[in-house]
Design a binder for this molecule. Structure first.
Ligand SMILES: Cc1cc2nc3c(=O)[nH]c(=O)nc-3n(C[C@H](O)[C@H](O)[C@H](O)COP(=O)(O)OP(=O)(O)OC[C@H]3O[C@@H](n4cnc5c(N)ncnc54)[C@H](O)[C@@H]3O)c2cc1C
Ligand code: FES
Length: 286
């Protein structure tokens, strides 16, 4: 697009995308990954993103929802979003068939700070389907021309049961690699589960990653985060070196409407990615 064309683009107007593939991630059926391809080449070229960013997915006549980008820019040609059925927009999305057309607006928000992560050992901690943008980050770091830019990569990922783990095939592929340490855990296994059992905080304590030159990137349900953070403080991780992503009801997604503030920060524009140090002094308790 020309500079003139880019300047004329209205950030509130979604562009069309087709649902190319739908993957049901969990046994309960209420979390699905939607693979989207842009209808217009120009829109695809304009959508340059990094792991951690999100987009507004819009269902014509229903509304929009902010959803984290689960795919990695190292796999061009499509975008993936993993969506839990919650209310009107996400339920309508879940009812769509492959081939349907929806709208997309973005990329929005700030990414995981790749420059800051570069050269460091990375501990990725995820719980439940909040693993989405962490999955994007892991795939980004593992990409052949990116891998040497990061030190050791440890992934601690937990779900309540084996059937609630997302991206099962990808987890298996990561397990087979020797340049990533995988610690997948479930609260309670089943007859077929041969892996680890236990809550994420307990696994973090057991794995005990060194804080030396290391950053933790953590995303999950508030309760998991509440019990996991003390483990990292005990290990010696500083608040500057613990990153997370916040969720908040949003409207514009671009810092204009004032619906998503926490203290003086707009989650849509200043975030959703923050270090704990950046969150200090803000009004909400995390
Ligand atoms: C930056 C960001 C990234 C997100 N990434 C994902 C993702 O990858 N996958 C995913 O499934 N969901 C994600 N969400 C949450 C998702 O936006 C909401 O679940 C969705 O907007 C609900 O819309 P709805 O119309 O289906 O439900 P509604 O009928 O609007 O609401 C249903 C329930 O969801 C709650 N809710 C609505 N909007 C939000 C919101 N923005 N954040 C938190 N709770 C909300 C409501 O309070 C209500 O309890 C993300 C939210 C943000 C802000
Ligand atoms: S959603 Fe409008 S300011 Fe953040």
């Amino acid at each position: 697009m020309t500079t003139e064309g880019a300047a004329m683009r209205n950030p509130y107007i979604p562009v069309p995308a087709r649902v190319e593939k739908i993957i049901t991630e969990v046994d309960t059926g209420d979390i699905k990954t939607f693979r989207l391809v842009f209808v217009n080449r120009e829109d695809e070229e304009n959508f340059t993103y990094l792991p951690g960013q999100f987009a507004e997915l819009s269902i014509y006549g229903k509304g929009e929802s902010p959803i984290g980008i689960a795919s990695s820019p190292t796999r061009p040609g499509y975008l993936e979003f993993t969506v839990q059925k919650a209310g009107l927009v996400t339920s309508t999305l879940h009812d769509l068939d492959e081939g349907a057309e929806i709208g997309i607006r973005g990329p929005l928000g700030n990414p995981w700070p790749i420059d800051f992560l570069e050269g460091k050992n990375i501990v990725v901690v995820g719980g439940g389907f909040a693993f989405t943008t962490l999955r994007s980050l892991v795939n980004y770091m593992l990409f052949e021309t990116n891998r040497s830019r990061f030190g050791t990569i440890t992934v601690i990922y937990g779900a309540r049961s084996p059937g609630l783990l997302c991206y099962k095939e990808e987890l298996k592929a990561w397990e087979k690699r020797n340049d990533i340490k995988m610690c997948v855990t479930v609260d309670k296994g089943d007859a077929n589960w041969k892996g680890r059992e236990g809550f994420v905080p307990a696994v973090c304590k057991e794995v005990a990653p060194s804080p030396d030159n290391a950053v933790t990137v953590i995303c999950g349900p508030p309760i998991m985060i509440r019990f996991t953070l003390p483990e990292f403080f005990n290990l010696g991780f500083s608040r500057e070196n613990i990153l997370t992503s916040l969720e908040m009801r949003m409207k514009c997604g671009i810092g204009k409407c004032g619906r998503c503030n926490v203290g003086h920060k707009y989650i849509c524009k200043d975030g959703p990615v923050f270090s704990l140090a950046e969150l200090d002094g803000l009004t909400r308790d995390y």
